[in-house]
Design a protein around this ligand. Structure first.
Ligand code: FES
Length: 148
């Protein structure tokens, strides 16, 4: 694949209460973010297991962004703190496996802060574009259809 043509596919796990609401608000405010993002709504980022991040990468995503409430504002008390620990641990696992830990990151946003979410998404897309395609998906071509 020509790297100039490479358009990263990013899976964004967004908590229902803040990040997903911020994404919705971004749409209302006509803030644009790249079409490379596939948003998956979750009740709380604390519900997300490391396995989900790894599966997304294995199934064809080039990067994963986890967007939850601001610290101290999680509607399930400390779900976002657990999510941050899991995201950090996933990054360590990726690094141990020879992948870049920057392929997974966490961002905390309030429901009213659409701009912050959009900036984080744009930054993620640019970072992953620099990293290039996820080498895992070349090894598992049969699963690419999950993340078209
Ligand atoms: Fe948003 Fe927990 S409800 S991160």
């Amino acid at each position: 694949m020509n790297l100039k043509e490479f358009e990263p596919k990013i899976v964004a796990f967004c908590c229902h209460y803040c990040a997903y609401a911020a994404a919705d608000l971004a749409g209302s405010m006509r803030l644009q973010y790249p079409a490379n993002i596939r948003i998956i709504r979750t009740p709380c980022t604390g519900r997300l297991e490391i396995e989900y991040f790894l599966k997304a990468l294995e199934n064809g995503a080039d990067g994963v962004i986890v967007a939850g409430c601001e610290e101290g504002s999680c509607h399930f008390k400390e779900g976002n703190l657990a999510a941050r620990r899991r995201v950090n641990y996933t990054g360590e696992l990726l690094a141990e496996s020879g992948l870049e830990k920057e392929r997974v990151r966490m961002v905390n946003v309030s429901a009213a802060n659409a701009r912050r979410l959009v900036d984080a998404i744009n930054e993620m897309v640019e970072n992953v574009r620099r990293l290039g395609p996820n080498p895992l998906k070349e090894k598992t071509p049969m699963k690419q259809e999950i993340c078209p």
